[in-house]
Design a protein around this ligand. Structure first.
Ligand code: ADP
Ligand code: NI
Length: 213
């Protein structure tokens, strides 16, 4: 199994070679490491968690709209490595469940899915999460902040995907909500510090914006 995981790491590096929007290979590598850390504590199947974490974004709708539905890249990687049909099905099921879709986000059925979803969400918060949000905002030509544009929390999947607002609003529309959407005790414990750091960052950002700090 080790060589399949090593190949999956190479496959991910190649797939995200030219993506710097906050959705790059380093994101997947952090999700992979964090997911394994959670899986160990939660007694989840390490192989399924490793494969789902490494392949969770290769058919992302933004990166690869044509393969998104069938998860063609993940499937062909796993089939080419001779993984059983059952494993391919389980991993694809987890990839489908993982993604954040506003109020339409789902709770994964398996503990393995819960570990991967938690790891993906943890990577959107804390210092790295802040960095990713501004990288995403910059690469999509968004303003950092506009006090005249109010945040829109409680969006469904379609509204969330089509929504265009400022990066600071993204904190209220997604990042501050994630702490309470985690599945596992292990992830909730990791989230405490990351969430507190984001709140401190936002307070300081707004003070500086107003010239008060
Ligand atoms: P993933 O699929 O890894 O959960 P997304 O594709 O939803 O993540 O987003 C990638 C990164 O960009 C995340 O860190 C997310 O918080 C950030 N991001 C997504 N939408 C916005 C936005 N409207 N403004 C700022 N950052 C965003
Ligand atoms: Ni992701």
């Amino acid at each position: 199994m080790d060589h399949i995981i090593a190949d999956a790491v190479d496959f991910v590096r190649e797939t995200f070679r030219s993506d710097f929007s906050g959705h790059d290979a380093s994101h997947t590598m952090r999700v992979y490491k964090t997911a394994l850390r959670i899986a160990e504590n939660e007694h989840a199947d390490q192989t399924v968690v490793a494969l789902a974490a490494l392949l969770h974004d290769v058919d992302d709708i933004k990166l690869s709209p044509k393969t998104h539905r069938e998860k063609a890249r993940a499937v062909s990687f796993m089939q080419a490595h001779g993984l059983p049909a059952e494993t391919v099905k389980t991993v694809c099921g987890i990839i489908e469940e993982v993604s954040f879709a506003g109020m339409d986000s789902v709770t994964p059925e398996t503990i393995e899915g819960k570990c991967v979803q938690d790891a993906d969400r943890l990577d959107a918060i804390g210092a790295v999460g802040i960095g990713r949000a501004f990288a995403y905002g910059g690469s999509h030509g968004r303003a950092m902040y506009d006090p005249a544009v109010a945040p829109t929390p409680d969006m469904d999947a379609k509204a969330y995907r089509q929504h265009k607002s400022t990066t600071i609003n993204h904190f209220y529309e997604k990042l501050f909500l994630l702490k309470d959407m985690l599945n596992t005790k292990t992830a909730k414990a990791i989230a405490e510090q990351r969430d507190a750091f984001m709140h401190a960052f936002l307070e300081e950002f707004l003070r500086e914006w107003e010239g008060l700090s």
